[in-house]
Ligand binder design. Structure first.
Ligand code: URP
Ligand code: ZN
Ligand code: ZN
Length: 452
């Protein structure tokens, strides 16, 4: 099928121009002015609207075995929730548990994700660093895996990587040209804080935040930077939420260290005051959402490009599960919803003049594709995949989970958010996922993306 998108404000990598785009099959085949419409084109009038590259959410946890249950979105519901809201590709975390090889884990994951609505890939989260694992890293790219993850936390969940092992993994990653993503918090400090709060019977969700406060994250980031420097390896620090941490990353970048920084909309939009609310459990995630100063520092880091990527860390649970910790924050499963709100949120900020549309596309599409080797995506360009989002800056709406959501979770931290514009059309490899607000996404259309 050929599609002609006419007269949209096309958000290219470095400028926005009123242009026409021709899609033939899965690809963008022509970009130009005054392209003539012929009979075999499906025609979309995008005048007054923004035409952007499809969103790439590089941080999801679908069907994650965590916190005594599984995250509530699987690859079907999670990808559909993203598809309708401009996320045409995602990278999910596949976490090594008892599997002996990456291949074994990847095979399971490919089975679970085969009905995905959108394109996808995986980061492998390592939970050990024995010789077999280090050896297998050498051939990870044959499986399409070019990024790994190390958690400096989650000891009791058997997901934590020690500092020594992190160093080993980073050294190996460096020799194999692989990127390691790091969840950076100081686990000893968290444990100490929790012990104190438990003794003092301070157990409501506000103490989740106080046990993983600004200092905890700052120390984790400093340590991650130090170990990466020792290994001389690039790193990607996931879900940054604190001022001193992001300032330390800025300094490391200035000194020439290769470090990429991610944050998430929940850290940009909320502050730790949410842990005083009646529905505090819904905001429990790690790192915890920090104070106002940190929120402002994250925006500063967006402005000066210290932050490279905004992704979701999408990991919602059912409300009844979130309520397990109502009298003991240690029992609240950690994670927030986000995939339905990432691109709408960033585009809302662009529409309100807080950032530019170029920023939104860079943070949610271009940089994720570049950093994680996702070829033919992340940019509106001839020969790239026709992954396209059309945004109407005048179509206001208020997010209403009950009526609008495709996620299987039964609450949203984004309930009631007033969006100033709306994603009206989403195209993935030339197929409509959403057309003029009508969902058309097809189950199983998503393809596994091998990354080299
Ligand atoms: O609270 C969170 N972020 N849950 C998902 C796991 C992680 O740390 O990314
Ligand atoms: Zn994490
Ligand atoms: Zn995560």
């Amino acid at each position: 099928m050929k599609i002609l998108i006419k007269n949209g404000n096309v958000v290219l990598n470095d400028k926005i121009e009123v242009l026409d785009i021709v899609i033939d099959g899965e690809k963008i085949v022509e970009i130009g002015k005054d392209i003539k419409q012929t009979k075999d084109y499906k025609y979309i009038n995008a005048r007054g609207k923004y035409v952007l590259p499809g969103g790439i959410d590089v941080h999801t946890h679908f069907h994650m075995d965590f916190g005594g249950t599984y995250s509530s979105d699987d690859y079907v519901s999670g990808s559909l929730a993203g598809a309708i809201n401009g996320i045409t590709t995602y990278l999910d975390y596949a976490i090594m548990k008892k599997e002996k090889t990456f291949k074994e884990l990847l095979d399971k994951k490919l089975q679970l994700s085969k009905n995905s609505y959108t394109d996808y890939g995986f980061h492998i989260a390592l939970t050990r660093a024995d010789n077999d694992i280090l050896k297998e890293m050498e051939s990870a790219k044959d499986l399409g895996i070019s990024s790994f993850k190390c958690f400096m936390v989650y000891k009791k969940e058997n997901m934590m990587i020690s500092d020594d092992n992190l160093l080993k993994i980073l050294k190996k990653a460096k020799t194999c040209n692989l990127l390691v993503n790091i969840h950076a918090e100081n686990v000893d400090e968290i444990d100490k804080n929790i012990e104190t709060f438990v003794k003092e019977n301070k157990l409501n969700n506000y103490y989740h935040y106080l046990s993983r406060d600004e200092q905890v994250e700052y120390e984790g980031v400093l340590k991650a930077l130090k170990i990466a420097k020792e290994a001389d390896a690039p790193i990607y620090i996931v879900h940054n939420a604190c001022k001193d941490g992001i300032n330390a990353i800025r300094k490391a970048k200035e000194q020439g260290q290769i470090v990429y920084a991610e944050t998430c909309p929940q850290y940009l939009n909320f502050t730790s005051d949410v842990y005083k609310k009646e529905d505090s459990q819904n905001y429990v995630c790690s790192p915890a959402i920090k104070n106002k100063e940190s929120q402002l520092a994250l925006w500063d880091a967006i402005y000066d490009k210290t932050i490279d990527v905004v992704a979701t860390d999408h990991c919602p649970f059912l409300l009844k599960e979130k309520l397990w910790g109502i009298n003991d924050f240690r029992k609240t499963p950690n994670g927030c919803d986000g995939i339905e709100n990432l691109y709408p949120y960033m585009l809302d900020k662009a529409n309100r003049g807080v950032i530019s549309y170029l920023d939104a596309a860079r943070l949610v599409s271009y940089n994720p594709a570049k950093i994680f080797n996702i070829l033919f995506k992340g940019e509106i360009k001839v020969n790239n995949d026709a992954d396209i989002v059309i945004y109407n800056p005048r179509n206001k709406y208020v997010f209403n989970k009950e009526e609008m959501s495709f996620s299987k979770s039964d609450y949203s931290i984004w309930e009631g958010y007033e969006y100033s514009g709306k994603i009206e059309t989403v195209i993935l490899r030339g197929e409509f996922l959403l057309k003029n607000n009508t969902p058309l996404a097809k189950i199983g259309f998503g393809k596994y993306i091998k990354r080299g």
